[in-house]
Structures are given as C-alpha cells and as structure tokens.
Ligand binder design. Sequence first.
Ligand SMILES: Cc1cc2nc3c(=O)[nH]c(=O)nc-3n(C[C@H](O)[C@H](O)[C@H](O)COP(=O)(O)OP(=O)(O)OC[C@H]3O[C@@H](n4cnc5c(N)ncnc54)[C@H](O)[C@@H]3O)c2cc1C
Length: 383
Amino acid sequence: MTAQTEPNFPLSVVIAGGSVAALEAALTLRELAGDRITIKLVAPGEDFVYRPAVVGEPFGYARAERHSLPEIAAEIGVELHGESLAWIDAGSQIAHTDASALPYDALLVAIGAQPHIRYEHAVTIDDRILDEQLHGLIQDVEQGYVQRMAFVVPGGMAWPLPIYELALMTATRALEMNVEVSITIVTPEESPLATFGSAVSHAVSALLAGAAVDVITSAYCEIPTPGRIRISPGHLALDVQRVVSLPELRGPAVRGLPGAPGGFIPVGPDGAVRGVQRVYAAGDATDFPIKHGGIAAQQADAAGTTIAALAGVDVIAGPFRPVVRGILMTGAKPLYLQGYTTGKHGFGSEISEHPLWATAGKIAAVRLGPYLETRNLRTATSS
Ligand SMILES: Cc1cc2nc3c(=O)[nH]c(=O)nc-3n(C[C@H](O)[C@H](O)[C@H](O)COP(=O)(O)OP(=O)(O)OC[C@H]3O[C@@H](n4cnc5c(N)ncnc54)[C@H](O)[C@@H]3O)c2cc1C
C-alpha cells in the first residue's frame, strides 16, 4: 500500500451517491467542518427520490417526493458531478468516474445496493415503477378477481419494511371493498420484522393476524411455475394467483475496494472501509446486514464525523450504534417502530401510534429529515 499524504486544507472530500447516505453525510460534513472541507458529489441521476413513500402509490396515496439534486447541491454548497463512480485508485487517492478522475483527501462511497430479480414467476418490486407494477393487481383485488396471493422475501439481505406494508395495505383495501382475499407472507426472518426486536415483532404479528394475513417465518421459497410456491425447510407448498417478491440485494462490488460476501463493502463502526485508507462507505452498499434508510443515515453520520475529525475539527468520531427506526404504513393508522440492534436481531424494541423520535419522514435521519422538511415547507408556501 502507498504511504498516505498529509491531508490538504481545505480537505477535498468526494462523495459518490445521491441518496440518503450521501446527502446525510454531506449535511453532516457541512455542519461539522464548514469551510475546512470542499465536497464533490458524484451522482448520475437528476433527482433524489424519497423511496419509502413509493409504497403508497399503487393504493392512490400521494406520489413520492422528488427533490432536484442540482438544487440540493447548490443549497448545501457541494459541487455536483452528474457522473457514475467507476473505480478507485486508493493508492493514488483518485476516484475514477465514467467521465473524469477526481483526486480526494477522503472518499465516501454511498452508492446503494443493487436489486436483482430472484424469482422468474413473481412480480419483483421495483420502486422506480411500483405504481405501474402493482396498480392493476390492487384493482384486481378490489374487484374480487384475485382471491389468493403471497408476498415473499428472498433469502439474504432485503429491505425489511415494504413487504409488510404492501400486505397490510392490500388486506385493508380488500376489507374496505368487502372482498375476500387470502394473503400469505413467506419470509426467512425468525419472526415478522425481527430486526426491530421482540416487542415490535409481537405487535406486528398480532396486527397481521387481525388483518387475516398469514405469515410463514424461517422459510425459503422456490417458485417453479406461476402461482406455485415451494417452501423449505419442510414440504409445504402454496398455490396462489399472484406472487409479489422483494428483490434480492447485492453489493456494488466497486473495483479497487475490498469486497465482503455478496459484493458489499466491508466497513468498521467509524465508516472506514477495511483495508484501505481515506476511503469510507455508508448505507445499503456496505456489509452491515440491515438495509434500511435510517441505518444508512446513521452510518453516514458516523463516517461524516470521522472525516470531519480528519479535517481537524475537534469532534470525537463516535462509533455507529445502530437504532432501527421505521414507520409502518398499514392502510389505517401508521405505526412507529424502534429497536436497538446488533445485526439481524433487535433489543429494547418499542411500537407506538405516536412518534418515538424527533425527525419527520419515514427515514429517520437527523440532518436529512429536518432539511427535507424545510424544503417541502418552502415549496408548499411558494406554490
Ligand atoms: C419500496 C421501499 C420502501 C422502503 N421503506 C423504507 C422505510 O420505510 N424506512 C427506511 O428507513 N428505509 C426504507 N427503505 C430502504 C431505504 O430506501 C434504503 O435503505 C436507502 O435508500 C438506502 O440509502 P443509500 O443512500 O444507501 O442507497 P440508495 O438509496 O440505493 O441510493 C444510492 C445512490 O447512489 C447512486 N449511485 C448508484 N450507483 C452509483 C455510482 N456508480 N456512482 C455514483 N452514484 C451512484 C444512485 O443514483 C443513488 O442516488 C425502503 C426501500 C424501498 C425500495
């Protein structure tokens, strides 16, 4: 490994990504390090889309918020490069994009996970087109054409919340329309939403039972033909008319960085990528086993604080202590869920009809939450 140079001042920070982890990190760095740093944001898209809200679209809820990345970049004071990170020369401290080579003193990789279709014979949810994918299915449920359906979670890493939200909202809609539909969730989790801890799991299990949604836990699926679900371990099979699946998530496998199983980026609790210097990572791209916006934001806070310390700011780069927070859309009152977590299991878990933390929005992010809330208020008052 090449010896690292002393950091320049202002410290030149490159952040790859244009979503939760990247924006939370940029806000953290601006707040903590001010003009001790410059930030280049490398992100290919035009917009930051508030992904959790997409789940409501097929049920006629408001369209998910979209925020212009060039506007956000101007507001936060970062230089936006509408490019994609291609590979990293960590020895020379250069991030290569599809269009340029960007030298850095610190690089934060926050480019998310890559969704893959696990089952040929299922609708795999794609949040870019979820309304288009599920609108017709929800109409078929409303009109009584679909009486048996399943929501499945593939093995490996997946976002925990949306499959429960889709199942509960479908059950609520069927009840409102006075039609009968049998809904089953099949999941490898030991209990529903186990990452949030046992209090949340028990309450969500009761909620699902009340909505007549069956749950088969500790289960892995194969779907050999349309509508046929084989479940293992055991010899259980389900026959349904429609199957909706979460995608399987894989890591971005960035050339020039070490890889953990599945192509995820291995990080320590301070956000530093293991085995390379001055490279940090946060969010769904990392090997932390829970893929969740609130967790992505906490990782970004930890990595941002570590980089601020490198810029000479007198902050203690505290390790990332994950608390998983989520708002479960149920079709009726939303529920606030919270649990401390060490990985796949939660402890100290709580569930409430009232907010359990201060920031607004489905993604619990200490800086991005209030920032987006202010932006939304400004847009509402100016229109
Ligand atoms: C339907 C759905 C519902 C969800 N509900 C919730 C919820 O209720 N609460 C919650 O907390 N979380 C929820 N999540 C999970 C949450 O959205 C993700 O965990 C979160 O978005 C991860 O943020 P991220 O910044 O790590 O990655 P992403 O949001 O995946 O963003 C990756 C960013 O990197 C950019 N990018 C990709 N490749 C490159 C490249 N090569 N170079 C530069 N940039 C690149 C992308 O354009 C994007 O801007 C949900 C997810 C989905 C899909």
